[in-house]
Design a protein around this ligand. Sequence first.
Ligand code: NAP
Length: 484
Amino acid sequence: MIESPLLQQRTGYINGHWADTTDCDTFAVFNPATGKVLARVPAMNAAMVTRAVESAHGSLRLTQPYPLSERRRWLEGVRDTLTANRDELGRILCLEHGKPLPEARGEVDYAAGFFDFCARNLDALQPRALDERPKNCDWTVHYRPVGAVGLITPWNFPIGMIAKKLSAALAAGCPAVIKPASETPLTMIALFSLLHEQLALPPGLVNLVMGKARVIGTILCQHPDVAMLSFTGSTEVGRTLIADTAEQVKKLSLELGGNAPYIVFEDADLEAAAENLVANKFRGSGQTCVCANRVFVHHRVMDRFGALLTDRVAAMTVGDGLRDGVDLGPLINQAGYDKVQRHLQDALEKGATLLAGQRPEDLSTDNLFFPPTVIRGVTADMDCYREETFGPLVPLAGFDGEEEVVRAANDTEFGLAAYVFTADAERARRVAAGLRFGHVGWNTGTGPTPEAPFGGMKASGIGREGGLEGMFEFVEAQTVPRGF
Ligand code: NAP
């Protein structure tokens, strides 16, 4: 069992108090590196979730909105407490997710960055007087909080994903009901422990619920007091939420699945492309929505690039994220492990060749450590090309021409992140413009940052997180006569 000063309470949080969940069923949270139970937490029932929604709605202030100066204090407070507690938060995150400890602590810093960005840019939400006088009248645009919001997050960034949503919600003055993923609720409970102990937030402004996704999801979708849902997770669940909120025409912000192309042209700096690919692909053991899922390499440089990559992969260490020097932790659960294994098997059966890693039949059956794996000869009929693998499998596919590779990269329902490696700036610009992806990196494998709007095109989502655009997701523009 996990011990931590930030986990004295292991329950939900409603209206400024820890929820009394003694009568609730509980579920186990596992350490994926050891398979051992870290904690049991409550599966909160529908009545409790409804109370959390009502408490959030009760703290919404429309006629006397929370002043920007107060919201800035909240944001700076969360930023500072995250930074001050990065080590312990990172340790809890490492234990329940499995990612290496330095990476987990880096995620806490990344999370703090979103609160910092919103605090520094809050004035963007000041009312704006129109220069023109339509209808012979002076007008002002106010940015009103959209209302009480439901925030649902996945397990792959237990603190990063909530930071994107909560920072923008607090900036806009929106009270929130938060539902973390069932694999990783402990980091969120630890965050709430800090909010409770160290920040005097108005009661009801932040609420935490956990338990059966269907129970919680149904209430967040159907309760009329929830004005907006902000969800990060799979496209499959995103589609359910669209359907379930259609009746009430609820506002939605959806960050969904990806199938990122990583394109290496023949003139690219191959060392840099390989180095960046390793950092991009193996972060979180390949369980990120932005990591390369199809690596397109020009035929002329395929041999060299493959060798550079396998050299680097051979030097990587897989193990318990708490151990020094570990590059990759375990996968989150058996279903995740089985999917990567299935993709590898399918690709090899359809003609791909293994450059690094183990054959499916040689993989371990008693733990969740999947070795970093590289295959080449990948084609469009393979599962790893069409579906998000969400694991440390690098599939290399050859190409010859620019138009061909842009067409192939776009040949997916997803449109989240893409990466282009070429020495030719003009070509990079052309290719970026042709790619239907919300984020395109040139000669870099880095993804979202607090300062930049990030989100998906096509089935990768609706809306943006980060940047000023991320804050504007949580407000409604209201035009009123000047002086109102
Ligand atoms: P998931 O299965 O869709 O779950 C995400 C969250 O939704 C969890 O909290 C889950 O709760 C909850 N959920 C499941 N069914 C629900 C329902 N019917 N109603 C309401 N909530 C429901 O996704 P995941 O496996 O955790 O995360 C991996 C996926 O997230 C990948 O596809 C990845 O690409 C995507 N992702 C996208 C971004 C982005 O920025 N676009 C970022 C990170 C991840 P339980 O845990 O209790 O089931």
